[in-house]
Design a protein around this ligand. Structure first.
Ligand SMILES: [Ca+2]
Length: 100
């Protein structure tokens, strides 16, 4: 399991996390250690986040993947985590500080 407590990612009582924290959390679900997040790995990350809005992990994962997978290869790579962080903030209620 990723080191980050699942509640940290969505609990509104808790301070927002940084983009770097989000990336670490996400990459904790890189089960085959290929440096990419697949659809199923993203789904698992969403399920673990335990947020009330994340009830349909399959669909939400699919939409998130669609939004963040900029080169359409079916994976989230290092350069696409920013797009996913922005998507997660807007659509999944994640509290992420994104510094431009
Ligand atoms: Ca992977």
């Amino acid at each position: 399991m990723p080191m980050m407590n699942r509640m940290m990612i969505t609990n509104k009582e808790v301070e927002a996390i940084t983009e770097g924290d989000f990336k670490k959390w996400l990459m904790g679900f890189d089960r085959n250690n290929d440096g990419l997040i697949s659809k199923s790995e993203l789904r698992e990350a969403l399920r673990s986040s335990n947020h009330s809005r994340v009830r349909f992990a399959w669909l939400k994962g699919r939409l998130g993947m669609h939004a963040a997978d900029l080169n359409h290869d079916g994976f989230i790579d290092d350069s696409e985590t920013r797009a996913l962080a922005e998507y997660a903030r807007e659509h999944w209620g994640f509290r992420i500080i994104i510094v431009n």
